[in-house]
Design a protein around this ligand. Sequence first.
Ligand SMILES: N[C@@H](CCC(=O)N[C@@H](CS)C(=O)NCC(=O)O)C(=O)O
Length: 214
Amino acid sequence: MTERVLYGYFRSSTSYRVRLALNLKGLAYRHEAVNLLKGEQHGDYLGVNPQGLLPTLIDNGKVLTQSLAICEYLDEAYPQTHRLLPGDAFERASIRAIAQAIACDIHPLNNQRVMKYLAAELEVGDSGRDAWFRRWIGQGLAAVEKQVAQTAGKFAVGDAISLADICLVPQIFSARRFNVDISACPTLLRIDAVLNEREEFIAAHPSQQPDFVA
Ligand SMILES: N[C@@H](CCC(=O)N[C@@H](CS)C(=O)NCC(=O)O)C(=O)O
């Protein structure tokens, strides 16, 4: 039997992406919690992932890091399951463009280590922090809204749930958590609402994880 372990944290959006990929593909896994608030990413976990970042997936002894690389690995290693990068070359490029706009251009600027540095080293207070979130998440998602308005069908690209949706839903969850106004993103909000009704998305939601704390 396949041994599959996901090192993650309930509200880590990168862990959330991989939970979504595994659920969509119907691949079972064991959850190994690494508490980011307690700084557990800087302890023994460094032996698993020297970057000290979540998630890490162990798939039958193979150690995989970086959420997008993990999702693409799952798509290639388990091609008979739901495809995360469906379609022709142009559709796949559109999926990757949306996924990367979120994963490379929005998420890293709002990561815990960046926010800690702003507060502790640069003495940025609450209003500065909120302005930062508005700038990078709010304006970032506003651009993704325009991108997705061009590609969307039922979901972010056409009518199949893809890697773009896997990145979108956790980023919208974070935007809400940080009180960023995203009301000017109607396409993204429509897709998010439809996806959050599905069982794979409900099961991957932070509130459903074993390490969830309100
Ligand atoms: N590019 C990486 C980013 C990983 C990442 O930044 N993970 C966050 C959780 S969402 C983390 O572990 N942060 C710990 C920290 O900032 O100290 C990926 O997509 O996997």
